[in-house]
Design a protein around this ligand. Sequence first.
Ligand code: DLL
Length: 433
Amino acid sequence: MERYFQPDIECASHEKIREIQSEKLIRQIKNVWENVPYYRKKMEAKGVTPDDIKSVDDLHKLPFLSKADLREAYPYGLLGKPLKECVRIQSTSGTTGKRVVAFYTQHDIDLWEDCCARAITAAGGTDEDVCQVSYGYGLFTGGPGLNGGSHKVGCLTIPTSSGNTDRQIMFIKDLSATILCCTPSYAAYLGERMQELGYGPDDIPLKAGIFGAEAWSQEMRESIQKTMGIKAYDIYGLTELSGPGVAFECSAQNGMHINEDHFIAEIIDPDTEEVLPEGEQGELVFTAVDKEAFPMIRYRTRDICRLTREKCSCGRTHVKMSKPMGRSDDMLIIRGVNVFPSQIETVLLNNGYAANYQIVVDRVNNTDTLDVQVEMTPEMFTDNVGEVEERQKKLIDGLKSMLGIKAKVSLLAPKSITRSEGKAVRVIDKRKI
Ligand code: DLL
């Protein structure tokens, strides 16, 4: 039986949702016009005033916000409420440039936790469950968001945060955790360690995993599900919009429902900024209509995916987004060809490897090079050179047919790539160093 955390809104008709969105959008635009000088200037530059926004159909008239705007307005320039009404910040791990610092009022936190509670409920969570939150706690939104959602559902919450892998497994076993929340790469590592300790799927009490914060392939899902004997659900979000729970997967496991009563989604062509029709692939753009402290209007996520309104077997009506292929900034251009790390992951897992790999890109004699380094599993590991060469050739062919370009493949001994406890670092682009 499908369970919902807020059935009235999660299963509301599309007309009802549009009505809610329009009403909230009008209010939000008035708010930013009056309270966020940075955004008002952008509206004025585009010749739009709050009077032009009468419903969601007018969304396209509004200017976009980008990461560059966030940088320019850092730290307080996009605040929608006085500081005394803000109760929390969260921040991204941002490796380049300034971090994103997002602000929350108590109302914002409440809505965010509702979104996470919807995700946990969609994964089968109830107040009888024990939910282990192994996303990092602190500035990263993963731990705090799912922690709050787990409380709202009434699960017994185990806030392990990430790391200390053997202790994670001890808690899962001793406290009979039924739901695990962490990044997919950490889930794969936990699964690998459980196997080493001799635990098969039947020895692990978990029934569901809620995994997100990075791109992961369908093949990786299947591998984690098999190792742990669970159903693995995807969850999506970003700090700018609150954190995890902007969208989440249901029992259908084929795309994530966007919490449309809070976030209006559009897909645009990243080059022309033109809004694309439903079903086309492009950059995901969000307007947060409820957020008070950090109101994001037409925020360009740089995540590439598609939207679909096809009827979902779970009964939810909210639009679904496909698994993002990765951020447009993760996309590598190698000898002129667009390559997403997730495409490489698919080829590796389809050939029986685990998701322990690294992609090294360089430029030698003015030509881009692509080196895919992947660990052999303990079963594959051999010093028979002929066998290794055969395996290498198979991967080179598989990558060529997926990407259209030739890659070098290095097969490494098991355990030679550092395991990730949070978001995995898959790409080393030496051209940028
Ligand atoms: O990663 C929030 C989050 C925490 C989501 C826990 C899910 C679970 P940021 O650190 O701001 O926030 O990174 C946001 O991560 O724009 C995507 O590029 C990527 N991302 C997040 N979820 C997914 C996913 C959190 N399910 C950025 N699949 C986003 C693919 C994802 N990419």
